[in-house]
Design a protein around this ligand. Structure first.
Ligand code: ZN
Length: 207
């Protein structure tokens, strides 16, 4: 089962970076949750669990500021399609607080300069480090990259494995969700759009 959502480019929506969390308070709350779930947080195996979970939350929410993206001048380049794929990140579905694996492919048109390739992975990780929905995640990456290159000629495709669909609810382990956010010439030029989608499909690994 696969669903595909194609969203047109939309104005950037400013989001606040995640504030630092009080890990001691979170650990207390996790301990209370264990009690409410019928567990004894003092038993062997659980004594350090609240601290570990709190530390994980702190780490998960750590990327508070968007990474700086480096561009390099390549004056001979005009309209070259650049696609970076194979980026796999974990995030948390905000509806169930259950993990989702997101495979990201991002493309843009290089016009006189290129974006440092490793930065794509940093951007993909940055926007995954918060409670998310795949549709918004896809748009946030596209809008961030459009801001970096100063044009709307960006397309982002994300293929998501949502454990909230696999391990609860309808329990469909094979379900995958595909989202595409395209802007600029990726919307107006159907050949370019098709090129991107073909390359993106080829770069996805099976999961
Ligand atoms: Zn969910």
């Amino acid at each position: 089962m696969t669903s595909t959502t194609v969203t047109p480019a939309a104005p950037a929506v400013p989001r606040q970076p995640a504030p630092g969390i009080n890990t001691g308070r979170v650990a207390d709350l996790i301990g209370q949750l264990l009690v409410e779930l019928g567990e004894d947080p003092r038993r062997e195996g659980l004594t350090e669990t609240p601290k570990r979970v709190a530390a994980w939350w702190s780490d998960f929410l750590a990327p508070a500021s968007a990474p700086a993206v480096t561009s390099f001048t390549e004056s001979h380049l005009a309209g070259q399609l650049v696609v970076v794929g194979g980026m796999s990140v974990w995030s948390l579905c905000e509806h169930h607080m259950i993990p989702m694996n997101l495979q990201v492919t991002a493309g843009y048109l290089a016009e006189g300069e290129v974006v440092g390739l490793s930065k794509f992975g940093r951007v993909a990780r940055h926007f995954a480090g918060r409670l998310q929905v795949q549709e918004r995640y896809t748009r946030e990456i596209a809008e961030h990259l459009a801001g970096v290159i100063g044009r709307e000629d960006v397309a982002v495709a994300v293929r998501g494995l949502h454990l909230c669909m696999s391990m609860r609810g309808v329990r469909m382990e094979e379900a995958r969700t595909t989202t595409v956010h395209a802007g600029g010439r990726f919307v107006t030029d159907p050949v370019l759009s098709q090129q991107f989608l073909t390359v993106a499909a080829g770069q996805r690994r099976v999961c």
